[in-house]
Design a protein around this ligand. Structure first.
Ligand code: HEC
Ligand SMILES: [Cu+2]
Length: 371
């Protein structure tokens, strides 16, 4: 008997995992999510059992054979209160428990490592702070809070990692966040769980969870030579942002040093926290929120910079603690020949040499939309 139950158990475990009815629990939140899930299944099962038992026993007890003449029963306040209050309590427990988990998943801790993810028909592109890019895969270390900042380049997508029990929509024109902490090294499924067109079902990938040491190795092997902020610096120079944002007293645009995380006062009197979303918007729709003390002269870059490019610019601006880098960029670009404005050598001069080969074709490959 003991033997049989052991075999049965193994069969059950194998069946559950192979049919992916129950993906592995590979993040810190996964067991908590599953606890809530099992609680809900349990409550439903108990409810189902009670209903079925009452249904069967009533249809026997009050069958026509036993009770040929119907008897009217007056209501019972106690009974009605009981079957109202108990389910209400149960649902409130689910609600509060669920919201606690919800807020946890969507509120990244301040020290989380941020990775950008751009969704587009039909692939996921991840950008690590060090400039490592990957498509349809995401390498992350265990034991570290990872925040994803998601955006879509076209339609709605949804980034889902069943083994982590997290999922978040990638929305065009807006940054969204989700975070998790992976616990077990391994390779897990990544799905797009929002129908997004013909090849939606192919918009899948691998989440590769590595030990912190292996992750370091992977980072070193996959480096592209320039970090996101360095790519952003190049773009900043090649788009001539520094024509107005040069950090000097007489510049036409505000200094961007330390702007990230600060509260800006707008011309309409409101205040605005300069987070990633705001920086993105300030570049693409500058006239929507003009900073106090400045004229609305900044041109829109809508349609000219790809989402990857905007991400690099945002990371560059985030990295500006002082105007030192801006001035450096400025100095190198003044050394350049005529018409350096949109021309690319500016990028070449101001940043990593490794990109030199492609820089001939322009930073355009890097973030400017080809037209
Ligand atoms: C023609 C001059 C000009 C150019 C070119 C320009 N800007 Fe601006 N920028 C401004 C002015 C003026 C403001 C403040 C008024 C406003 O908010 O529109 C501003 C505001 C901003 C802000 C909001 C921060 C704040 O303190 O108000 C950001 C971020 C920004 N610019 C980034 C950029 C980037 C990135 C580029 C290049 C892609 C760029 N700008 C090109 C003039 C310019
Ligand atoms: Cu999709």
């Amino acid at each position: 008997m003991d033997h049989i139950s052991h075999v049965l158990w193994q069969f059950l475990v194998k069946w559950m995992t192979d049919f992916a009815l129950f993906p592995p629990e590979a993040s810190k939140i996964a067991p908590q999510m599953d606890a809530l899930y099992f609680f809900m299944v349990l409550v439903s099962l108990v409810g189902l059992t009670i209903v079925v038992l009452l249904l069967v026993s009533f249809s026997i007890m009050y069958s026509k054979k036993r009770h040929p003449v119907a008897v009217q029963i007056e209501g019972s306040t106690l009974l009605e209160a009981t079957w109202t209050i108990i389910p209400l309590g149960l649902f409130l427990i689910m609600f509060v428990w669920g919201s606690l988990i919800y807020f946890r998943i969507y509120t990244p801790p301040a020290n989380a490592m941020n990775i950008y993810v751009v969704g587009k028909q039909w692939m996921w592109k991840a950008e690590h702070p060090g400039g490592q890019h990957e498509i349809n895969s995401l390498h992350i270390p265990t034991g570290r809070a990872i925040q994803l900042t998601l955006i879509s380049q076209d339609v709605f997508h949804s980034f889902s990692i069943p083994a982590f029990r997290v999922k978040r929509e990638a929305i065009p024109g807006r940054y969204t966040n989700v975070w998790f902490e992976a616990t077990t090294p391994g390779t897990y499924h990544l799905f797009c769980t929002q129908y997004c067109g013909t090849n939606h079902s192919a918009m899948v990938g691998d989440i590769v969870v590595l030990t912190p040491d292996d992750y370091k190795k992977w980072l070193a092997e996959s480096t592209s030579g320039a970090s996101l902020a360095q790519n952003g610096e190049r773009l900043f120079a090649s788009l001539s942002c520094n024509a107005c944002h040069n950090g000097q007293a007489n510049s036409r645009g505000p200094s961007l040093a330390g702007v990230y995380g600060s509260h800006l006062t707008l011309a309409n009197g409101g205040t605005q926290l300069a987070d990633e979303a705001y920086l993105r918007d300030a570049i693409l729709n500058p006239s929507d929120h003009v900073t106090q003390g400045f004229a609305p002269i900044m041109p829109t870059y809508q349609g000219q910079i790809s989402e990857d490019g905007v991400i690099s610019l945002v990371e560059y601006i985030k990295s500006l603690n002082t105007n030192y880098r801006v001035e450096q960029t400025l100095n190198t670009s003044t050394l350049l020949p005529e018409g350096e404005g949109k021309a690319t050598p500016a990028g070449q001069q101001s940043g990593g040499a490794k990109q030199g080969a492609s820089a001939g074709k322009g930073t355009s490959g890097q973030g400017v939309v080809k037209q």
